[in-house]
Design a protein around this ligand. Structure first.
Ligand code: NCD
Length: 340
């Protein structure tokens, strides 16, 4: 992927060099995400953010990332609030919205809808999640988190053992992350899911062809020796009925006791969030979150993931709008004070 002026619709567009260059740029974003400096490289640019499905992290972090670079954000949330509800085609909406913006982020419940939309857009479109298909920027921030965490242990992503748990059939974050993992060597991946919610066959084939050793199991009550545990939500909005989704709710509950018995208290714990914390699900128990004074000891990395999303999304905007060479030239120290 050359990035400049490209749509970013699938992680399949990325090769190892483009991933590495994004991570290097994301590392440089710390001074902005930590609010030491403000940048104006996107001064005058407009991001139009179209979210036709619920979102907290993805929508707000795309917006904050753009604001931190000096750009402005216009947004519409939910299909009821846009002219799609009046029967307008994605193509027509794209024709109109792209005239108002310099880049567009879009989330939609239908697979490949963002691709369709991009055909009508005259500005770059970034896929913020299209149905159960892909979630490319989440996969990048997840991979970036894994990369940073393993680096602190002097390890590489190569040779890592990763355990994915939950609704693997519908999890677009895992679908995209697994495509990225095909670029690495010596990986061992265990998929834990009910039979009805296993990884799509094509995704398994791609992993197998790239040399990944794959294990599939239904049981969480066994002994895993892994670097990363990636838990997911039962994606109830993708099931035929709530009743159908309820059959799987709470099927895998990762808590301190399971973490100890199945994982020997080792391996970082990730989740794209939101975690379903209602009692009937409680898929990632708050007992894994340490008491304040123990924070250094916890292996939970869910909030690092969402924080890393800001740096990754800033890096992506910088590359797609081609302002990397101007970065730093007009930086200003922040003048407000908060107790972060
Ligand atoms: C995920 C998504 O929307 O696919 N959330 C996110 O963007 N961080 C995961 C989910 O909703 O379960």
């Amino acid at each position: 992927m050359k990035f400049y002026n490209d749509h970013f619709l699938s992680v399949e567009q990325l090769d190892p060099n483009s991933i590495q260059s994004l991570f290097i740029l994301a590392d440089k974003m710390k001074k902005y995400t930590d609010r030491q400096l403000t940048s104006k490289v996107l001064d005058g640019a407009i991001l139009c953010s179209l979210f036709f499905e619920p979102s907290t992290r993805t929508r707000l972090s795309f917006g904050s990332a753009f604001n931190l670079l000096g750009g402005s954000v216009r947004e519409t949330v939910g299909s009821g609030a846009s002219s799609l509800s009046k029967g307008e085609s994605l193509f027509d909406t794209a024709k109109v919205v792209s005239h108002y913006s310099d880049v567009i982020t879009m989330r939609h419940p239908d697979k490949y809808s963002v691709n369709k939309f991009s055909k009508g857009s005259t500005v770059p479109v970034i896929n913020a999640g299209d149905g159960a298909n892909e979630h490319p920027t989440q996969a990048l921030l997840d991979l970036y988190t894994i990369h940073k965490e393993l680096k602190t242990k002097k390890k590489l992503i190569n040779n890592a053992h990763i355990v994915f748990i939950g609704d693997l059939k519908h999890s677009r974050t895992i679908h995209s992350l697994c495509k990225l993992l095909t670029h690495y060597k010596g990986l061992n991946i265990t998929f834990v899911s009910p039979d009805a919610l296993t990884m799509p066959l094509q995704a398994l084939d791609e992993l197998y062809d790239s040399g990944v050793i794959i294990n599939q199991t239904y049981h969480l009550e066994q002994s895993f020796n892994c670097d990363v545990i990636y838990q997911t939500r039962i994606q109830e909005e993708r099931f035929n009925s709530q009743e159908d989704a309820n059959k799987y709710r709470g099927i895998y509950r990762l808590n301190q006791s399971v973490y100890q018995s199945s994982f020997g208290n080792s391996g970082i714990i990730m989740h794209p969030l939101p975690r379903d914390s209602r009692p009937q699900a409680n898929e990632l128990d708050t007992d894994l979150y340490p008491l304040e004074h123990e924070s250094k000891k916890s292996n939970l990395r869910i909030f690092e993931q969402s924080n890393n999303g800001l740096a990754i999304r800033m890096a992506l905007f910088i590359k797609i709008l081609d302002v990397e060479s101007s970065l730093g030239s007009n930086d200003q120290p922040v003048i407000w004070k908060t107790n972060r």
